[in-house]
Design a protein around this ligand. Structure first.
Ligand code: ZN
Length: 474
């Protein structure tokens, strides 16, 4: 059943198939596992981006179907019959589909935004890779294994593809392989070593909730991306104008926090996705010595910035903050206070990160969150959470640096003097991830991509959502 891969591999020898390894971790040969490989390529004459999907169907699977593409894509199928919103496999041996995304498609724009699939220009393109939903009415399909590659000059990772001239740098960062992709069109010099350092810092000093062996960071010219950053499961895309250059900037640590923690679903726990990314981005800047404690603290303690409307914000009730950046701002403030509380109650043994990283607690539920916090605080904190998460209370953030120096970081390397000149410091921090909070970045990490089909098992056996790329947070 590995014929498909071999065919692709053979083709690769003459076409410089990307050096990135196949993304699928699971053995594609196991019973009930459907293998989907997608090869991305660019046709510059059109111009358009092409996605070739090939399906390896195990003998044990008698039927499956693929969800239809949204408007803006053209699909050619071989081995499928269209039935309403689905393509149903007709039993053909090697079914395949070719999907085109032309430059003049309504699905793309001049830049990547939260609403579209990317951009296709005359000689370069950046796109989300459509993750076609697979369903199996007979329930004999147990898993879907996916791999991506790029044919020609370009790179495909689990969520994204860049086509055109670029430089790729790969490095092993703690437990994961990290890939940085810099298009030639990025005009400023990028210090990739500094980027890896940044990722390594978070990997080293924070615990992760999401498991991954690969992560990728695409930098795009500032005019090609309208939020400053986005994350999708293990991949990130960030404006080249927002990566480290010695200045205070929280976009990359914010997006990488999304990669480390994943998302926390909707409803009452929806706030936690952006709140955690924002808090740990700020904590990272402080612990790397890029922000003083005063800047860190003032940036979090947003009381005075809350206008009247904000005081009624209840994090666990998303309708109270829809259209605002309260999940970033109040959310990170509440997490900072909670972090200090957990440390105080556990005698310094535990911190918020322990609760976030413990996957035995389902943090998509409020109750799961309460339980995780209780576990690490050493006692229930339901009343505290009721006040600050489940109603409109706003906790103060202790002005004591001891709660915010990460394990393994020496205080000597940090600026922990506390002055209270909020005016200047606020300006400095606001330029970081906070702006992330504004509508511009609402996308950042909010992730049109999260949930895009990398949770393979989730796509199998049930009703399958089509291309679910827009679970955007705002
Ligand atoms: Zn975000």
């Amino acid at each position: 059943m590995k014929s498909r891969r071999e065919v692709l591999g053979a083709a690769a020898t003459t076409t410089a198939l990307t050096a990135l390894p196949a993304r699928s971790v699971r053995a594609s040969q196991s019973a009930g596992t459907l293998s989907v490989s997608v090869t991305v390529s660019a046709d510059w004459d059109a111009p358009r981006i092409r996605f070739d999907y090939e399906y390896d169907v195990p003998d044990s699977v008698s039927s499956f179907s693929i969800s239809a593409m949204p408007s803006g894509f053209t699909v050619e199928s071989d081995g499928f019959e269209r039935d309403g919103r689905e393509y149903v496999w007709d039993g053909t041996d090697s079914p395949r589909q070719t999907v085109f995304l032309p430059a003049d498609s309504s699905a793309v724009g001049d830049s990547l935004t939260t609403q579209n699939w990317g951009y296709v220009a005359a000689d370069s393109a950046f796109v989300w890779i459509p993750s076609l939903g697979v369903s199996s009415p007979d329930r004999d399909l147990r898993d879907v294994s996916r791999s991506r590659s790029f044919d020609g000059e370009g790179v495909a990772t689990s969520s994204f593809a860049f086509a055109g001239p670029h430089t790729t740098v790969r490095e092993f960062v703690s437990d994961a392989q990290a890939t940085v992709v810099v298009p030639d069109a990025v005009s400023r010099d990028i210090d990739t070593a500094a980027l890896f350092e940044e990722l390594a810092f978070q990997q080293t000093h924070l615990s992760q909730r999401q498991r991954y062996t690969d992560t990728a960071l695409f930098l795009l010219p500032r005019e090609r991306i309208s939020p400053r950053g986005m994350a999708s499961t293990t991949d990130m895309v960030v404006s080249a104008a927002a990566v480290p250059s010695g200045s205070l900037n929280g976009v990359l640590p914010h997006e990488f926090a999304h990669v480390m923690f994943g998302t926390f679903g909707g409803g009452r726990m929806r706030w936690l996705t952006e709140a955690s990314a924002e808090y740990y981005a700020r904590l990272t800047l402080f612990n790397r010595g890029l922000a003083s404690f005063t800047e860190f603290h003032n940036g979090l303690d947003t009381n005075e910035n809350y206008d009247a409307g904000y005081t009624d914000i209840v994090l666990a009730q998303p309708y109270t903050w829809t259209g605002t950046s309260a999940h970033y701002r109040k959310g990170s403030q509440v997490l900072a206070a909670l972090d200090a509380e957990i440390q105080a109650r556990s005698g310094g043994d535990r911190a918020l990160i322990d609760a976030l990283a413990d996957t035995s607690f389902p943090l998509t539920s409020y109750q799961g969150f309460e339980n995780a916090v209780a576990r690490y605080a050493g006692e229930p904190m339901d009343d505290w959470l009721d006040r600050y998460v489940n109603s409109d209370g706003l906790p103060g953030v202790p002005a004591d640096p001891q709660y915010f120096v990460l394990p393994g970081v020496s205080r000597d390397t940090l600026d922990i003097s506390t002055t209270t000149d909020a005016t200047t410091t606020r300006a400095a921090t606001t330029d970081t991830a906070t702006d992330t909070g504004t509508s511009t970045d609402a996308a950042s990490g909010s992730t049109p991509g999260f949930g895009v089909g990398t949770g393979l098992a989730a796509l199998v056996g049930g009703t399958v959502a089509a291309l679910k790329r827009t679970e955007s947070d705002e």
